[in-house]
Write a protein that binds this ligand. Structure first.
Ligand SMILES: [Zn+2]
Ligand SMILES: [Zn+2]
Length: 254
């Protein structure tokens, strides 16, 4: 099975998974990169998985459905390009011989879902705009409490899970992460690796859950160093308040 991030727009990735014959894609905001990849590699598109309703994730769905006849899957609770099969927490689907489980991960949007497969011991996560490498999505529709709970669920996935995020935001996220945790040596090492990849125009993704637990401040808001850094700037009385203040700090960070 081959996993490819197809670049789209300024910083989106449309994830493609294929076995040399059949493919699925996740969050095709634009049909063109997908059609090009299908043609270049002689692949048949079987399925389109969507994580949430934003245009940069759904903009190519209608064209791809019409061009390929692929089945479309998306969240139960969001406005979606119809027709599609709607999915919610705990729903499962079998595609390209892989078994996927759906996780509700509200916060960025109210009905955001993620797709997880253990993929025969090489687990995979398609998490849209919920978890980014070194960061998390903005809270457009959900609350800090919802996002913290969603990130806790993702952080509990196996260490080796490949984290397929929908945007290349890693370097700017890591600049913020280093401001929060200047003494985190794993974060410093990871930052150097990612800077070297971007200098060669290579994706920093997929990341892994193990890496994210070590370097991502939004998965580390209960760690003493992160809590202290937040409380030095803002008042907060509980873990949700600390998470909310951390997200707000990132929103202001230049
Ligand atoms: Zn989004
Ligand atoms: Zn997005």
């Amino acid at each position: 099975m081959t996993l490819l991030p197809l670049p789209a727009f300024d910083d989106n990735y449309i994830w493609m998974l294929h076995d040399g014959h059949q493919a699925l894609v996740v969050d095709p905001g634009d049909e063109q990169p997908v059609l090009q990849a299908l043609q270049a590699q002689g692949l048949q598109l079987k399925a389109i998985l969507v994580t949430h309703h934003h245009a940069d994730h759904v903009g190519g769905v209608d064209e791809l459905r019409a061009a390929t006849g692929a089945a479309v899957y998306g969240p139960a609770g969001e406005t979606m390009p119809e027709p599609l099969q709607r999915l919610g927490d705990g729903d499962t689907l079998d595609l390209l011989g892989l078994h996927f489980t759906v996780l509700d991960v509200p916060g960025h949007t109210a009905g955001h879902i993620a797709y997880f497969s253990d993929n025969g011991g090489q687990p995979l996560l398609f998490c849209g705009d919920t978890l980014f490498s070194g960061g998390c999505g903005r809270l457009f529709e959900g609350t800090p409490a919802q996002m913290l709970a969603s990130l806790d669920r993702l952080a509990a996935l196996p260490d080796s899970t490949r984290v397929c995020c929908a945007h290349e935001y890693t370097l700017s996220n890591l600049r913020f992460a280093r401001a929060v945790e200047p003494d985190n040596t794993a974060l410093q090492d990871y930052s150097r690796q990612c800077e070297a990849l971007r200098a060669r125009q290579l994706p920093t993704l997929p990341s892994t859950i193990a890496v994210e637990r070590d370097i991502n401040p939004f998965l580390r808001s209960r760690q003493t160093a992160v809590t202290r850094a937040v409380l030095a700037r803002a008042a907060a009385s509980d873990e949700i308040g600390i998470f909310a203040a951390l997200r707000e700090w990132k929103n202001q960070f230049k």
